[in-house]
Design a protein around this ligand. Structure first.
Ligand SMILES: Nc1ncnc2c1ncn2[C@@H]1O[C@H](COP(=O)(O)OP(=O)(O)OP(=O)(O)O)[C@@H](O)[C@H]1O
Length: 343
């Protein structure tokens, strides 16, 4: 099957040494069976995404459910084949790293922190056994050295050695999420993709886990991609934020710029819907319109700007032409893909 062409390339500012660089990434899923199968339709999950993640930063990725965040994350990690585009991790092409040694090195460097701690571990296995598996798979250390490594990562996430002997159901949700993070740290990665790491937790555990991630990032020199539909999570810990809508990134900005001067109407609506009482820099409360209606189907996304069917500012041009990237209000690090950006 021929790969669909990237509908738009989204040229982003090029940093000399980003840890991760994504160029025009496209991932469409074929729909088999059912009424859609006959027409050979495809789900446009990720549709021409380009972005960079700097070393040592926490990049937030936000957007409504189904906009393609997890698909993008899996593609970044080389866990799903892409149709076109490229992911470079520290100079290595992730999608082309097929050699055993290169793939193994990438697997060790890039780790995923799952969102549901309960399903992350085999319920019948003690945590220590589950934690030893990745070390054994990579043939790292003797039995004793693996035990020492497990103790070390457990300590790093705030759990004592006794947790190695526990079954998953003998831990609370917060403790289990710490164990999930410990497992991600076992192989000494440099890049963690955290896919909704706190969505299954209550407010107090959520704050503890987010603080732990920031602390580990600083202590271990990690780079993080923090995926969340919850803007409060992103506001809490991210340096920059990328906003995704229906398979495309529409705005990227440093955190304070995004929350105080959102330029894309979608970002503005997302903020107004999720954080209605959030004060602006001038002390007033957001006056942006909240999100209207449901996102269109990713099986046949709208032409031009994908947000035009829900956008309060939409004009004829928005349906006809996909907007190119431009700096928002001449801010170097703030970029937006919109024909009519701004307040
Ligand atoms: N394996 C798959 N086969 C077919 N369609 C898929 C597959 N995985 C994801 N999709 C579709 O791709 C689109 C993007 O899904 P994805 O899970 O990446 O979005 P998301 O933003 O992470 O959503 P959520 O926040 O709900 O997890 C959705 O329409 C989804 O149904």
């Amino acid at each position: 099957m021929t790969a669909p062409a990237a509908p738009v390339d989204l040229p982003m500012p090029v940093s000399r040494t980003p840890l991760v660089r994504v160029d025009g990434l496209v991932k469409h899923y074929p729909v088999r069976g059912g009424v859609f199968g006959r027409g050979g339709k495809r789900v446009h999950s990720v549709d021409g995404v380009s972005l960079e993640i700097e070393r040592g930063e926490v990049l937030g990725l936000v957007g409504e459910s189904g906009c393609g965040k997890s698909t993008l994350a899996r593609a970044l990690l080389g866990l799903t084949p892409v149709d076109s585009g490229r992911v470079m991790f520290d100079g290595t092409d992730v999608s082309r790293a097929t050699g055993g040694r290169e793939r193994k090195a990438l697997r060790r460097s890039m780790q995923l922190v799952f969102q549901d701690p309960l399903s992350a571990f085999d319920p019948r296995m003690r945590l220590g056994v589950s934690l030893e598996a990745p070390l054994a798979q990579h043939r790292l250390g003797t039995r004793e050295e693996r035990g020492q490594r497990i103790s070390k990562v457990l300590a790093q996430v705030g759990l004592d050695d006794s947790y190695a002997g526990r079954l998953p159901h003998e831990c609370s949700g917060g403790q289990l999420q710490r164990a999930v993070i410990a497992r991600a740290l076992l192989l000494r990665p440099r890049f963690l993709v955290c896919d909704e790491p706190t969505s299954a937790l209550d407010a107090s555990n959520r704050a503890h886990i987010l603080n732990l991630l920031v602390e580990l990032k600083d202590r271990l020199g990690l780079t993080l991609l923090m995926i969340s539909h919850d803007l409060r999570v992103v506001r809490h810990i991210c340096d920059r934020v990328a906003v995704m809508y229906l398979g495309r990134v529409v705005e990227v900005a440093p955190r304070h710029r995004l929350f105080e001067h959102p330029a894309h109407p979608y970002t503005q609506a997302l903020l107004a819907s999720s954080l209605p009482d959030s004060p602006q820099t001038d002390g007033t409360v957001s006056t942006f319109s909240t999100l209207r209606g449901e996102p269109p189907s990713p099986l046949s996304p709208p032409s031009g700007c994908r947000f035009h069917t829900r956008c309060p500012k939409a004009q004829a041009r928005c349906a006809a032409e996909a907007p190119a990237w431009s700096p928002a209000q001449s801010e170097q690090q703030h970029h937006v893909a919109c024909h009519f950006p701004g307040p």
